[in-house]
Design a protein around this ligand. Structure first.
Ligand code: MG
Length: 155
């Protein structure tokens, strides 16, 4: 068995008038993440970690923001597609660890639901953590959210 690691990062702007989707679940908040899809910054970082470990490029190559079929799409669906691509190549995600950085709202009460949604999408072993940015920078001022993920795959 050979092991491969991948890293993923993403950031999205917060805007009025959109639901806040994170880790495949809706989190009650007065703003949501802007994006061609549902803007789920956490799943996008996880997808990039998976694709990176698989040597399959990045999320923008597989799901370009110019594709009309992807407008408003659930990022859980994109995750399922990526997990299928990996399975077809005999690649198995052993574990994903991810951190979402958001000044508000408090995400701790929602992490268990996110983990469950990701596991139901086929990511058996996953860990999600949430941090604030201590009021610093663009994330700290509430302009947006960011997420980081690493993935270990067996090939
Ligand atoms: Mg994104």
């Amino acid at each position: 068995m050979s092991l491969r690691v991948g890293i993923g990062y993403d950031s999205h702007r917060l805007v009025q008038g959109r639901p806040l989707m994170l880790g495949g679940v809706q989190v009650p908040f007065e703003q949501g993440l802007l994006g061609h899809s549902d803007g789920d910054v956490l799943i996008h970082a996880i997808i990039d970690a998976l694709l990176g470990a698989a040597g399959l490029g990045d999320i923008g190559q597989h799901f370009p923001p110019t594709e009309e079929r992807l407008r408003g799409v659930s990022s859980l669906r994109l995750l399922r597609e990526v997990l299928q691509m990996l399975a077809q190549r005999g690649l198995r995600p052993l574990h994903v660890d991810a951190t979402v950085v958001a000044e508000a709202p408090k995400l701790a009460p929602h992490l268990a639901r996110m983990k469950e949604a990701l596991q139901q999408a086929g990511l058996a072993s996953v860990s999600i953590k949430a941090k604030s940015n201590e009021g610093m920078g663009l994330v700290g001022s509430g302009q947006g959210m960011a997420a980081f993920a690493v993935c270990l795959l067996s090939a």
